[in-house]
Design a protein around this ligand. Sequence first.
Ligand code: SF4
Ligand code: SF4
Length: 64
Amino acid sequence: MAYKIIANNCTACGACEFECPNSAISMKNEVYAIDPTKCIECEGDFDEPQCASVCPVPGTCVPA
Ligand code: SF4
Ligand code: SF4
């Protein structure tokens, strides 16, 4: 399983990019995107998915 970013919701604020413990988030086509092959759902690193925790737009970083 992995998280994904709803592109239409993303304001490209960049808050999530450096919170990811596995460098799964990067900019793609003016917004941010999660590489599903790198997302580990923060397991072993944090209790909560960090992208979802820091994202200021509700419902943007969600389970894929
Ligand atoms: S859930 Fe965790 S590992 Fe997956 S993209 Fe978000 S911050 Fe990165
Ligand atoms: S924190 Fe949310 S709004 Fe900001 S870049 Fe990441 S997904 Fe987009």
